[in-house]
Design a protein around this ligand. Structure first.
Ligand code: HEC
Length: 123
């Protein structure tokens, strides 16, 4: 390989890694439209679902002013990026019998992007 080819291969590897690890928050904002019908991002603003303000790093079912399902109250999880990814992929699998009427987000890229959006914006 020439030096230039090696440089390009390395640069592409870095870009691919950044994209998979981080997600694209701009695109994630659009993906979040699917959630907005039920979830506000403002603090203390609950709709059909609880406010998602600062949800990343928070324990599940922690808001005092939202009536969670018994399933959610029993769920002993913290919303790490990893748990959120598993939940969005298949909500009923991570928290069986929960009351979030959402079938799941099959595309890993959509999940990575929306989680990145939530991480950056919902602080
Ligand atoms: C049709 C309404 C609806 C949609 C759409 C929806 N949710 Fe929910 N969500 C809920 C409800 C209701 C709950 C509470 C479930 C329970 O108590 O069992 C919930 C709970 C959650 C929780 C747990 C919050 C906490 O305080 O523990 C997260 C995180 C969440 N939803 C994320 C999302 C994301 C991200 C999307 C979009 C991809 C989404 N939801 C789409 C209704 C919805």
């Amino acid at each position: 390989m020439t030096t230039r080819k090696v440089f390009f291969a390395a640069a592409l590897a870095v870009i691919a890694h950044a994209a998979s690890a981080q997600g694209d928050p701009k695109r994630g904002e659009k993906v979040f439209e699917e959630c907005r019908a039920c979830h506000a991002i403002e603090k203390g603003s609950n709709g059909v679902g609880p406010s998602l303000h600062g949800v990343i790093g928070r324990r599940a079912a922690e808001l005092d002013d939202f009536r969670y399902s018994p399933a959610f109250k029993r769920a002993n999880i913290t919303w790490t990026r990893q748990n959120l990814d598993a939940f969005l992929a298949d909500p009923q699998k991570l928290v069986p019998a929960n009351r979030m009427p959402y079938a799941g987000m099959p595309e890993a890229k959509d999940r990575a992007d929306v989680i990145e959006y939530m991480q950056r914006i919902l602080k």
